[in-house]
Write a protein of this length. Structure first.
Length: 255
């Protein structure tokens, strides 16, 4: 009996900790995404050799962390090819590294104007708008990407995250349900849906998604703990205790 009381106390403490934490798990690392895009060696569409020479020099300087010098090289490249969306995007990324967000925004908009189908420029602009808390503008860019490529899971997940920030839980649920249609084995999508449904007091739906997440990833501690909390809210104490014990078995707490 004493053992169960201890488990319940630990469970309550974990519940308090969870309430203070974000109620969903982000499916994309926003601030890291543009670093990944930054490292990709895209070649401008233009065959202008002078533009490309300055572009390559800028990329080399970027890789060395010399962002001011890289910026100047990209500017020179644009003098020879002002309509290259790739050069505008790389210049924008260099400005982002220098936290010059207004300049970055201008060049990303230029890239999109020159090539409306440039999903990379749209994605980076959405990330930048998210960083600067311009959520409506970020949402617009993700929606434009999805309109062109409906199965872009990264854009879908990022849009869902934005909906959560804006407390548009119903819209976030619709996005994650769409993600599951494309990737039924996404334990993260099931986990997030479980969290969203629990926030809406739809406990049976929440448990169903936590079950799927745990089935896909048996040691998914966050999902097991979240399911335990929902069981407790439903008054199913025995099941809650079983899940709390399972969390402790996966990663015993130091006492």
């Amino acid at each position: 009996m004493k053992k169960y009381i201890v488990i319940l106390i630990i469970g309550a403490a974990l519940f308090v900790a969870l309430k203070g934490a974000p109620l969903y798990s982000r499916s994309s690392e926003r601030l890291a995404d543009y670093d990944t895009l930054f490292s990709e060696g895209s070649k401008p569409r233009s065959v202008n050799t002078k533009a490309y020479a300055h572009f390559i020099m800028g990329a080399m300087l970027d890789n060395e962390g010399k962002f001011n010098e890289a910026t100047e090289e990209y500017k020179k490249a644009l003098q020879y090819d002002s309509k290259s969306s790739v050069i505008h995007t790389r210049l924008a990324l260099s400005y982002i590294r220098q936290t010059k967000y207004e300049e970055a925004t201008n060049h990303l908009n230029a890239a999109i104007t020159n090539d409306p189908d440039d999903s990379k420029a749209r994605f980076i602009l959405a990330l930048l708008c998210t960083i600067t808390k311009q959520y409506d503008k970020a949402t617009l860019q993700y929606e434009e990407i999805i309109k062109r490529t409906p199965r872009d899971l990264k854009a879908l997940a990022s849009l869902a995250d934005l909906y959560v920030i804006q407390e548009k839980i119903k819209e976030a649920i619709d996005i994650y349900e769409a993600i599951l249609k494309e990737d039924k084995n996404s334990n993260l999508a099931h986990f997030n849906l479980g969290i969203f449904y629990s926030k809406m007091d739809k406990y049976d739906e929440a448990i169903a998604h936590f079950d799927e997440a745990i089935k896909l990833k048996p040691d998914y501690q966050e999902a097991i703990l979240s399911r335990a909390i929902v069981y407790e809210l439903k008054g199913q104490t025995a099941k809650a205790i079983a899940d709390y014990k399972r969390v402790l078995e996966i990663e015993p707490l130091n006492t």
